[in-house]
Design a protein around this ligand. Structure first.
Ligand code: SAH
Length: 195
C-alpha cells in the first residue's frame, strides 16, 4: 500500500480513537455543577487554536493534499515511529481521563465536589493530559510529511498550553491552597523530572 495513504489512515484512526476516549467523559461531566469558571472567551479562543493545529489543518492535508508544495519525502521509519507515538499518546490520554474522572473540564472550571487528584499518572506530572496532547502533536509531526500541516499541532496546542497553564495552576492554588502547593513542589508540569 501507498505509504502516504497509510500515514493518512493512521492519523485518522488516531483522531477517531481520541474522540472515542473523550466522548463518554463529556457526557459524564455535563451533570456536574460548576462553581468557578475562568476566562471563558479567552479559553474558547485557545481551544480554537488547538483544534486548528491538531485537527483542521492536518485534516485538510489528509483529505485534499493542500498545501502540496510544502510536502517532503516520507519513509517507513516515520510511519512506524509516528504510529507508536500516537498509540502512546492515546494510552496516556485514556489514563488521564480515568484518573481525573468528573474533575475534568474542557475549559478552566472548578466543580461543586471537585477533588484534587494526585494519584495515577498525576503522581508523575501535574498536567499529564497536556503531555498526551504534546505527544499527539509529536505523532502528527512525524506522520505528516508536510512543513505546514506537520508542525501545526505543536504550534496550535503550544499556544493553548502557554496561555493556559499558569492560569490553571492559579485557579487550583486558589481552590486547594497548600495542598496544591505541596503537590506542585513534588511534580513537574509535563515531562517527569524535567519540566
Ligand atoms: N491540566 C490537567 C487537567 C486538564 S483538564 C492535565 O493536563 O492533566 C482541565 C481541568 O482539570 C481544570 O479545569 C482543572 O479544574 C482540572 N484539574 C487540573 N489538575 C487537576 C488535579 N490535579 N486534580 C483535579 N482536577 C484538576
Amino acid at each position: 500500500m501507498n505509504l502516504i495513504l497509510a500515514s493518512k489512515i493512521f492519523w485518522a484512526i488516531g483522531v477517531i480513537g481520541w474522540y472515542a476516549i473523550r466522548f463518554p467523559f463529556e457526557r459524564r461531566v455535563k451533570r456536574e455543577r460548576v462553581v468557578d469558571a475562568r476566562d471563558r472567551l479567552r479559553e474558547r479562543i485557545l481551544l480554537f487554536c488547538s483544534t486548528m493545529g491538531l485537527g483542521i489543518i492536518p485534516g485538510i492535508w489528509v483529505f485534499t493534499g493542500f498545501p502540496r508544495s510544502a510536502d517532503y519525502p516520507f519513509t517507513v521509519a516515520q510511519l512506524v515511529l509516528g504510529a507508536l507515538v500516537f498509540g502512546f499518546s492515546l494510552w496516556l490520554f485514556r489514563r488521564t481521563h480515568k484518573d481525573l474522572g468528573k474533575n475534568w473540564s474542557v475549559t478552566l472550571e472548578i466543580k461543586d465536589k471537585h477533588k484534587l487528584i494526585t494519584g495515577g499518572v498525576y503522581r508523575y506530572v501535574r498536567h499529564p493530559m497536556y503531555s498526551a496532547f504534546f505527544l499527539w502533536a509529536l505523532a502528527q509531526l512525524i506522520l505528516i510529511p508536510n512543513w505546514i500541516a506537520g508542525p501545526a499541532g505543536f504550534i496550535g496546542f503550544g499556544i493553548l498550553f502557554a496561555f493556559r497553564v499558569g492560569r490553571e495552576e492559579g485557579m487550583m492554588l486558589d481552590t486547594f491552597g497548600d495542598e496544591y502547593r505541596a503537590y506542585s513542589a513534588r511534580t513537574a508540569r509535563i515531562v517527569p523530572g524535567v519540566f
